[in-house]
Ligand binder design. Sequence first.
Ligand code: DAH
Length: 335
Amino acid sequence: MNEKMMNIKKIALEELKDLNKEADVLNCKAKYLGKKSELNELLSSLKDLSVEEKKVMGPLLNQTKRELEEAFSKKIEEINNHIDYDFDETLPVYAKTGSLHPVTLVIKDMTDILKRMGFTVVSGPEMEKEYYNFEALNIPKDHPARDMQDTYYLSNGDLLRTHTSPNQVRAMQKYGAPLKVCAPGRVFRNEDMDANHETTFFQLEGMVIDKGVSISNLIYVMRSLLSETFKKDVRVRLRPGFFPFTEPSFELDCSCLMCDGKGCPTCKGAGWIEFCGCGMIHPNVLRESGIDPEEYTGFAFGFGVTRLAMMKYKIGDIRVLNSGDVRALNEFEVE
Ligand code: DAH
């Protein structure tokens, strides 16, 4: 009886192996486990066996029945989970190839230009220490930029960096002077969102420290950077500004790209477009990072890359850039 049972199991599993339709599996199951199946006949004939034989064969037959039941269920599950793709490799491909994000493109463009000017690209953490984001940048405890409204603080006392300027401190402390670095990166501010404001955007920071670095070096670098970025000869001008980490501080304007400074609706008739904050690095900032302000001077600048990408690719709503929506990104074809 044992041999017969083993044989039934073997044949049933062999037959099951080649099936790939649920209906066929169910038929096969009826054949090997149904009322009229050989296995069922064996189970019925148990009663004719001696008590000793029953004790051995009973459990064995039941186990075989369970094993076969499991094998049939598993096969049905396999069939149902299997998706048969009909693949016709001769069909033409209509899929759109991917493109880089406009912000990525602008960052790549501008860091390439800066690298050609001798800048090294550095980076730092997005979750930053208060020390690097504020203290070391000469931003005292009571400065409005520290207001809870602007800064996302983390439960461990750190924060999400509000600008890329902490990279200045990290670079100075790591490499010392002389130094020529730029640092693109994501920054965070607790802002109300609208078409022009996002809580998350990108900036590009730059700094040059050496003996005898002056404001004219700053003007030259910015003018070259912007002219190469926009592929046209732009002019720049400085207006007085205030940043705790630069002295003097400036707002840098760039001649309007639309009208070349003549005045048009884009620049609201001014001929200039406000471009970035910059200035000569404050002696306190140099000193804090171990650089002697009597020996070295430097300039720094930082601007919003996201805003620049919006200008370049004529994107009216900043939220599109963070939406991650491929359909939206595909709308402005980027090279
Ligand atoms: N970190 C400033 C901001 O987010 C921008 C800035 C201004 C950066 C002046 C600089 C600088 O490096 O010198 O508004």
